[in-house]
Design a protein around this ligand. Structure first.
Ligand code: ZN
Length: 391
């Protein structure tokens, strides 16, 4: 390490969540970060903690990779016209979320639907969120909604311009399996990930996407498999889980019963690694700053999975399914963290027990790229203990 590098030392950690299903809790009480990346994880006595630029005393709380919301609809900056709200992304950071992934900037008033217009908006949205991160939150955006008439060259052009995501298929004019399949293959050929609106129409004007269309389109992510809001019938959800290997995205703005059905089916298939979480916010049911924490508590308590496993659904699973450099507690990954402790006066004898009983944790701090972005959450119930910046 040379003196120009920035070193962050986090010590006195009570528990380290990894985001990895195969080992959700890591040994150690200390994390070293260099220049915004994780450099070492272990016990303070074994690590080189010399010459830090900043020291954080975790005060015995739990640290997890920052939460990832796999399904949002941003428009511009920290404003959403969908529910006329300012600072919804900052509010979401206060819910422990450090990365947001766009499923299409569909709430843009006057959104262009002609091909040159939709490409231009996608490229611009990718740029404006790359250039400006609200409260430091990473917003992966610029997700065009495909329309009839697009040709392979359009996908090549989008990819060359930096577009890496498609918006939810079904929110544009393409709602049939054969066309969706052809365009998803073009997108994949040029390194663009795809997702689809699964279930009944979201709002007047959108349409039904059933299991046959989802399977034929073969997108990388089965977007809101539990509906947004209306879920498919149970047999179709089970069929989607059984008939392909694509990511199973469960959202807050969907049907909770269908969420549990998806989880139980994935568990029976021994494929919990396919479960990823989103909110679908801002949506008809509003902005959900605690949406990912609420999904973790819901799936842990009603779906009967240990809380440390449920945290993987909102961190490492999304990272691995979407090939991100965030969401895993591993050397070389981005130093994006959320510090949590059991909420004051919540039942259970630990943070994990409390979450497994359906309660939210208290967020005490978030860090993105090795920089403290928020301290005690204004949205979660208060944590029993709080981390402290020592220098
Ligand atoms: Zn949708």
């Amino acid at each position: 390490m040379d003196s120009s590098q920035n070193k962050l030392v986090i010590k006195k950690i009570g528990m380290i969540l990894s985001g990895k299903l195969e080992q959700p809790i890591l040994d150690g009480d200390c994390i070293i970060c260099i220049d915004g990346k994780i450099a070492a994880i272990g016990y303070e006595k074994d690590l080189n903690t010399d010459d830090p630029d900043q020291i954080i005393d975790a005060n015995g709380v739990t640290i997890s990779p920052g939460l990832i919301d796999s399904h949002i609809h941003p428009v511009v900056g920290d404003y959403t016209p969908r529910q006329q709200q300012l600072h919804w992304i900052d509010s979401t950071l206060n819910g422990g979320v450090t990365t947001l992934i766009s499923a299409g900037e569909v709430h843009m008033p006057g959104r262009p639907k002609d091909i040159v217009g939709l490409k231009a908006m996608a490229i611009a949205a990718q740029r404006w969120y790359e250039n400006f991160r609200p409260s430091g939150v990473k917003v992966l955006a610029g997700a065009p909604v495909i329309e009839h008439g697009m040709v392979e060259e359009d996908f090549k052009e989008l990819s060359n311009a930096g577009v890496k995501l498609l918006g939810e298929i079904g929110l544009g004019s393409v709602k049939d399996g054969p066309t969706a399949k052809k365009m998803v293959q073009w997108a994949r050929k040029y390194g663009i990930q795809s997702t689809i609106h699964t279930g009944g129409p979201s709002i007047p004007g959108s349409g039904l996407i059933d299991k046959d269309i989802v399977l034929e389109a073969d997108t990388d992510v089965i977007g809101h498999i539990n509906g947004g809001h209306s879920a498919l019938p149970d047999d179709q959800i089970v069929c989607l889980c059984e008939s392909c290997q694509r990511s199973l995205e469960i959202v807050h703005n969907g049907n909770e019963r269908a969420a549990i059905l998806t989880l139980n089916t994935a568990r029976e298939l021994n494929q919990l690694d396919r479960i990823i979480l989103g909110t679908d916010g801002p949506a008809g049911s509003g902005v959900q700053p605690l949406g990912i924490l609420r999904m973790i508590a819901l799936l842990s308590s009603f779906g009967n999975v240990p809380a440390e496993v449920a945290f993987c659904f909102g961190t490492g699973n999304t990272s691995r399914n979407r090939e991100l450099d965030v969401g895993l507690m591993e050397v070389g990954y981005c130093a994006d963290f959320v510090f949590m402790d059991q909420a004051q006066h919540s039942p259970g004898n630990s943070l994990l027990e409390s979450v497994a009983q359906g309660n939210l944790p208290g967020v005490g701090m978030t860090i993105i790229d090795g920089i403290v972005r928020s301290q005690r959450s204004r949205n979660t119930p208060p944590a029993m203990r709080l981390p402290q910046i020592l220098s």
